[in-house]
Design a protein around this ligand. Structure first.
Ligand code: KG4
Ligand code: ZN
Length: 333
């Protein structure tokens, strides 16, 4: 029997989940809308809001799961990578809670957890599988051999895919985080309307900074002729940008799948909520006979359910940490 409470606070979502014998029975997520007008997450503000949110979110999760804190068997938390001030709130709370209740602590790597979100619901991928993890801070192709035996086989050399979405949205005057808004406008646009520079990188790595610059110069040039260019063509611009990012992502994923001879393919992270990426992956899977695994929307962007399921598998392995544990803004994979 195991009842694990998990805390995620690496960026701008305060989230707490409960995992009861491998089943998620609560997953409460408090989003921070305060960053919308700043064009990105302001670390100082994020940690302050985590500080306000953490206790009510814990209480809500315990209520949702109908669990008394005395029934908990372990506390799992995101140790990193992420914003240090944000991580400190979750890690400190986890340590205090574990100390007060005399419970073991489980440290979870946020990037492992995005991948392990695939083990919350059925169907679950079979090892070994490849996972394209695409978030606001990371873009990685990971060879997953077992729950905690993973190897990065390709990653971005500069911006992450989520950053490419968010920075483009900023150029277009859309609020942060712009990824979901680009997705929304793209639904009514022509993905072939405009073409942007493609990165020329030979191995399994990615680069998105050139694309961002190409979009910026294109928009500036167009605005010289038509100052209302963005407003007049917003849906087409969004559809074309999304198409470019998805094309770049899937091309390298296909290359990795062929190179490793693997047909079990998963996507994870906030950008895996993108409808263009989901559709593109599905059609590539149909062509290449892949089994694809796409997480439910609530498990794509940051959430504590993925920390809880990772924590559950560590609990089964007896993999605990001591009270001297500290957060890591950069954490080895
Ligand atoms: O995994 P996540 O919640 O946080 C990080 O660990 O970074 O990912 C957040 C990123 C943001 O860049 C956001 O714009 C992007 O995921 N995102 C999307 C969509 N939903 C979230 N990007 C494109 N389309 C979406 N539907
Ligand atoms: Zn994340």
């Amino acid at each position: 029997m195991s009842v694990i409470l998990a805390i995620e606070s690496s960026c701008d979502e305060t989230s707490v989940a409960i995992c009861n014998n491998g089943k998620i029975t609560a997953n409460v997520i408090a989003n921070q809308t305060i960053h919308e007008n700043y064009g990105g997450v302001i670390p100082e503000l994020a940690s302050r809001v985590h500080q306000q949110n953490i206790v009510p979110v814990i209480q809500q999760a315990l209520t949702d799961a109908k669990v008394n804190k005395k029934e908990l068997n372990a506390i799992a938390f995101t140790r990193g990578p992420g914003l240090l001030g944000s991580l400190l709130v979750g890690v400190s709370f986890a340590k205090s809670f574990a100390l007060a209740l005399d419970l073991p602590l489980i440290s979870v790597n946020h990037m492992h957890a995005h991948i392990l979100a695939h083990f919350i619901d059925d169907p679950k991928p079979k090892f070994p599988f490849l996972c394209l993890t695409v978030s606001g801070g990371h873009t990685q192709i990971v060879l997953v051999k077992d729950y905690f035996n993973m190897e990065i086989v390709g990653e971005t050399l500069d911006d992450a895919a989520g950053e490419a979405f968010d920075k483009t949205a900023k150029i277009l005057g859309l609020p942060y985080p712009g990824g979901p808004l680009i997705d929304k406008h793209a639904k009514d646009g022509d993905p072939k309307a405009f073409k942007f520079a493609e990165p020329q990188i030979k191995d399994l790595n990615y680069s998105f900074s050139g694309l961002k610059t190409s979009i910026l110069y294109f928009i500036r040039a167009q605005e010289k002729e038509n100052p209302n260019f963005i407003a007049d063509h917003l849906n087409d611009i969004c559809a074309s940008v999304q198409h470019s990012i998805v094309y770049i992502l899937l091309n390298k994923l296909k290359k990795a799948a062929l190179q490793y001879g693997i047909k079990e393919i998963a996507i994870a992270g906030g950008v895996s909520a993108n409808s263009g990426l989901r559709l593109g992956l599905q059609s590539m899977a149909d062509q290449l006979n892949w089994n694809v695994y796409i997480p439910a929307f609530e498990y794509c962007t940051d959430n504590a359910a993925m920390i809880a399921i990772a924590g559950y598998h560590k609990y089964l392995n007896g993999d605990f940490v001591g009270q001297d544990v500290a957060p890591l803004s950069r954490m080895e994979f």
